[in-house]
Write a protein that binds this ligand. Structure first.
Ligand code: ADP
Length: 631
């Protein structure tokens, strides 16, 4: 049936599909003979492929070849395929019984509808199909595959047969063993006892003659597999195992699949070598070997050509040689075989991926995250550094500004300072003159002179004190925090402006609280704040005002805080300005800079304190500073 027809039938209702199926079956029964098969082939209809296995469908290595060939056929065939498989069980037995019933079975099976092609896998199957060709498949093309060159029965080949053979080079396998493990002294040869295996024992003995006495060969063919396992577990050093075949052991036990090799691998204390690709990856070290893929590809190729109508006699192949040596990385590791011992051009498979290969994505992701994080961190550090620099710069600017502000405040104190200095200097002058006069006399009163000198010294100290205070206010010192007594600090500030107040006819009253107020702070800066507040208070009392002209300064202790109040009898701060008086450059004075209160606020806040401005009910402004008390 063509692919198109089968697509149409898919759309049929099930009941019609059943009828159609029955019809086709009937048709298939009616059609008989090779002529009909040829006709069907010509029309591109279903192709029937008969596969004959040598030992069984699951016998390694043949099972792997069969699997690969079937997969190739299904992939490459343009015809629908009906693959029918049979296993030649008789090859298993050391003394094969009569094959007749099996032949009869096949004959009756294919009498009416012979296959389009017969495919034998392995030497026993090839022998069988050749022997019974006349009876079973007289006109059917046959492909004899997976058969060693030495086992091909060329005498009985017909024009309708194609051989896909391989050549086993045992010397190459043993040379490889001695190359990768040069210290090898003994090779244990694991092989079964079926007729096929017996054939290979002879061939091996023949082929390995050139080895001479380079290694001892120990043959396990006459041992039951159990005994082989027993011996393999305690092999002497420098021994390796050569895995030939293990289909049927000396005790007649049949080993299907990969059980035998797996059991041997589990107990053996020596590396296992094999030339068979299907065993590679299951515990054999590797080396030059027969390649499943290559034999399968050539077999599938042949089947396709024959099904396509090519004459089998026209298709000829040279026997397939061993492929490029390949090794199992895990076995190399296990037996400590260095890769430098491998022949050039070898392939190493099953290499365990490195951590990088296994977790490449995750590693890249983590690396990317770390990189991004590192970028962010360095960005933040850079930002912090910049902020620090900016902070230092701003502190520097502030210090300079505060200093300038102090200068301007002190400028306003010139009169006061001159007055304060004039007084002691004047007294010194008067006292000196008096002393001179006394000394001019005949009997100067030394006691009096001593008292005059004491006065002079006291006045000098007063003048020095004025200058010291002034210098300390004007000193360009960094912010210096120490334990201070606030009443005293305020007193000094008041002292500095007293003369100014006098000059302006303003009464300056200072009333300190009777307890000591210990705070942590920079006395110069706090004095600057108090000075600013007193000067502002005096500025608020206009020269023309004739009312009460008074500035009161007092300190008070309120729970854990010290408060300094500066109150005047001026007009107070307009309500709309109260929120702005501490803003930089806010001034209502014609020559004002508007920085005095802004600086005062910054200084107070740097001392963890607060500053506030309110108006008194009785009139006038009240500025209050609060600072946390020590202890
Ligand atoms: P400046 O004295 O240079 O103007 P300040 O920052 O010291 O700068 O003061 C800002 C403004 O606050 C003053 O211009 C004034 O308007 C107001 N002000 C300050 N103290 C008083 C006060 N005791 N009474 C009324 N207004 C005041």
């Amino acid at each position: 049936m063509s692919g198109r027809k089968s697509r149409v039938s898919v759309k049929l209702r099930p009941v019609w599909a059943v009828w159609l199926g029955l019809g086709l079956l009937l048709g298939a029964c009616v059609l008989s003979g090779s002529a009909d098969a040829a006709q069907r082939s010509a029309r591109g209809e279903l192709k029937r492929v008969l596969i004959l296995h040598s030992f069984g469908r699951e016998f390694r290595p043949w099972s792997e070849y069969a699997r690969s060939i079937k997969a190739g056929l299904e992939q490459r065939s343009s015809w629908p395929l009906d693959i029918q498989e049979h296993a030649l069980l008789s090859a298993r037995f050391n003394n094969p019984g009569p094959e007749a019933p099996f032949v009869e079975y096949l004959a009756s099976l294919y009498q009416g509808a012979p296959a389009d092609i017969v495919l034998s896998i392995g030497a026993p199957a090839a022998r069988f199909v050749q022997r019974y060709r006349a009876k079973l498949f007289p006109d059917t093309p046959m492909v004899l595959t997976v058969v060693e060159e030495r086992l091909v029965n060329r005498l009985d080949l017909t024009d309708n047969d194609v051989v896909v053979s391989a050549r086993l080079d045992f010397m190459a396998v043993f040379d490889n063993i001695l190359r990768v493990l040069p210290d090898t002294k003994t090779v244990g040869i694991v092989i079964g006892a079926s007729p096929l295996e017996n054939f290979w024992i002879d061939q091996l003995k023949q082929d390995l003659k050139p080895l001479g006495n380079r290694v001892d060969l120990v043959w396990y063919s006459d041992l039951p597999f159990e005994e082989i396992l027993h011996r393999a577990a305690k092999l002497p050093p420098h021994t390796v195992l050569f895995w030939g075949l293990m289909s049927v052991d000396a005790a007649g036990v049949v080993y299907e699949g990969d059980i035998a090799l797996r059991s041997l691998r589990a107990v053996a204390n020596a590396p296992i070598f094999s030339y068979q690709d299907p065993f590679f990856g299951d515990g054999t070290v590797g080396g030059p070997m027969q390649l499943t893929a290559e034999i399968s590809r050539e077999t599938v190729d042949t089947v396709m050509r024959v099904l396509g109508g090519e004459k089998p006699s026209a298709i000829k192949y040279a026997p397939i040689e061993f492929g490029r040596p390949k090794y199992d990385w895990r076995e190399l590791q296990r037996w400590g075989i260095s890769e430098s011992n491998l022949p050039p051009g070898s392939e190493v498979l099953f290499r365990e991926p490195t951590i990088w290969e296994r977790y490449r994505k995750q590693i890249l992701l983590i690396a990317a995250i770390i990189l991004v994080q590192a970028g962010l961190i360095s960005g933040l550090l850079h930002e912090r550094q910049r902020r620090r620099v900016a902070e230092v710069e701003s502190r520097q600017r502030f210090a300079e500004l505060a200093h300038a502000n102090r200068y301007s405040a002190v400028g306003e104190l010139t009169t006061s300072i001159a007055h304060e200095l004039n007084q002691p200097l004047g007294s010194i002058l008067t006292n000196t003159e008096a002393a001179e006069l006394m000394l001019k006399g005949n009997s100067p009163d030394l006691n009096e002179i001593r008292l005059i000198l004491a006065d002079i010294r006291r006045d000098d100290q007063r003048a020095s004190e004025v200058i010291r205070r002034l210098r300390s206010v004007l000193k360009k010192t960094p912010f210096e925090v120490k334990d201070i007594e606030l009443n005293e600090t305020v007193r000094e500030a008041v002292g500095l402006v007293r003369a100014v107040a006098d000059g302006r006819r303003i009464t300056l009253i200072y009333t300190p609280v009777l307890v000591d107020l210990h705070v942590k702070g920079d006395p110069i800066q706090l004095q600057q704040v108090v000075l600013n507040l007193i000067i502002n208070a005096m500025d608020a009392i206009s020269d023309a005002s004739t009312g009460r002209r008074e500035v009161s300064v007092w300190t008070v202790r309120i729970s854990g805080e010290a408060e300094v109040n500066v109150v005047d009898t001026g007009p107070g701060v307009p309500a709309s300005d109260l929120a702005h008086v501490f803003d930089p450059f806010f001034s209502t004075k014609p020559q004002g800079m508007g920085m005095g209160l802004a600086i005062a606020k910054t200084i107070v806040e740097a001392h963890q304190g607060t500053i506030s401005a309110t108006n008194q009910q009785a009139g006038g402004a009240r500025f209050a500073i609060r600072l946390p008390l020590l202890g």
